[in-house]
Design a protein. Sequence first.
Lengths: 421, 226
Amino acid sequence: MNIIAQHGDIIVIMACVFGFFMAWGVGANDVANAMGTSVGSKALTLKQAIMIAIVFEFAGAYLAGGAVTATIRKGIIDPSILSGTPELLIFGMMSALLAAAIWLLVATFFGWPVSTTHSIVGAIVGFAAVGISPDAVNWAKVAKIVASWVVSPVTAGFIAFFLFRTVQRLVLDTKNPFENAQKYVPFYIYLVGFIISMVTFTKGLKHIGLDLSFGNSALISVGVGFLTMIIGKIMLSRIKEDKEADKDYHFTSVEKVFGVLMMFTACAMAFAHGSNDVANAVGPIAAIVGIVNAGGEVLQETVMPSWILILGGTGIVAGLVMYGHKVIATVGQNITELTPSRGFAATLAAATTVVVASGTGLPISTTHTLVGAVLGVGLARGLAALNLKVIGTIFVSWVVTLPAGAGLSIIFFFMFKGMFS
Amino acid sequence: MVSTNPFTQMFARSPFKPMQEHIAKAQQCAEQLVPFFEASFADDWEKAEKYQLIIADLEHEADDIKKEIRQSLPSGLFLPVPRTDLLNLLRMQDKIANTAKDISGIMLGRKMSIPTLIQNEMIEFVKAAVKTSEQALTALNELDELIAAGFRGREVQVVEALIDKLDDLEHKTDNLERHLRHSLFKVEKELDPIDAIFLYKVISWIGDLADRAQDVGGRLQLLLAR
């Protein structure tokens, strides 16, 4: 108790620094995959992609980042077990943040593909199970999270498969693909607006003082869907068929129409990414701040202050502006194969999956979800060549990242414990 | 660092663009046969040699593309069509270039002059064969559209129509070959027997060129039928 009273401010400041650093890392590295699809398909210029990412990553983090943050903060560990020793939870969350951040640095340095989500979840489970007691971990919740890591790419794959099949059936396989693209793309745009706002409104805007019933949320979402559709229609009306360019590749004009759609899915993707990944950075801060503010009480019910989400959102944007733009450009150059008609199917599928996971409070990997979505497009026989070895790489990254994050956080945990007591 | 990003890593280099480049090279090879034959009619073997060199160079370039495609198709790759079918198609495409090189090679080596009486029919025959392989190229150019459409629906019909036309062209070439053989038969007594034998051989190889082009169409059709 004394520790919290004495060092409360320092602890909170340290936590914010570590958390901001984590968020910076998310912005610098992870945003690239979410936005790279739009840059690679030339639906957006690099500058536009960064502008969209700044606005929608922040919006996603602030508006829809609450549920996953709550999971990281108090879902994985059962705080009631720690009510007598709140300082252990503080040390633990500090070590988890530090462990995940250092592990990400090391992995980035060596070029290993690791996910922020897996690092932080592994780190939290590690300190709790070893540093405190295996009973402190809510294993049922952990099992659910781990299952979601498998389920989310598969779900995104299914959605992407069906979305792309509808594109093939309604547009590409028809006599007048351009006319049909102009006809059907507005509906897809509607879908983007509707899904994102539906999940956001139903799952949580309580922290900004908006508590809507399901019916109201649905109504507002329909409205948002129509609004995006109208904006989309205006943008679409400027796209004209270029018969000359179509001679070489018959779908050149059609892809331009899908390029407009891709702008909307890019917004959705950035929003989804912000809503899920911000928690990796700010979840631990929220836990620490909660305890310190309550004067050492481990409270289950405390409402998380929204400045924490803003801090996380700002960190992501900072990482994006300072370093992430380079990574987006590189990713974009590598995936030119993903034309707007394919890219939209993949990103919308991934964005939907991620945003639903965010709403349910499940921390998942956006990158792995995107990989699943792209495979879905491939299964619709829509892509030239996919390297299936990445699936193996993904499994290896789980197997390595979880124990690495856990091991590091255990070391830091005992270090902090020794330092402060 | 980015090379280990699973998301960018999953996009392997597409073999389809190189496939199109390869058949375009093979077609360039075949096209050179027309000026080559015209030079041989004029008994201008210096000029003919120039065209033969171009053909050999183009064939070599096609070979390089072929090797590159084969190397970029490891078995772990997920393709919209079976990998073996694609490799078979590539083999057929390559034969177009090889046949063109063989024809020009043997004619130059033996300085084979074509009897004046059948020259007109001969050049018509060569042009028909080249047109057949050109149709194979046209069909192959639809590959990227086929991928976008998932090898289904309307685009398949478009390609099938192109393949039908390819078959017609091959059939036409066959007819010309028959007539040409007949004309040669009428004048063969006046020729040196060995020259006559080789002339028949060259005619049959030009027919092969059209056949290989038709085979390309056949393999392409296999990609569609699934």
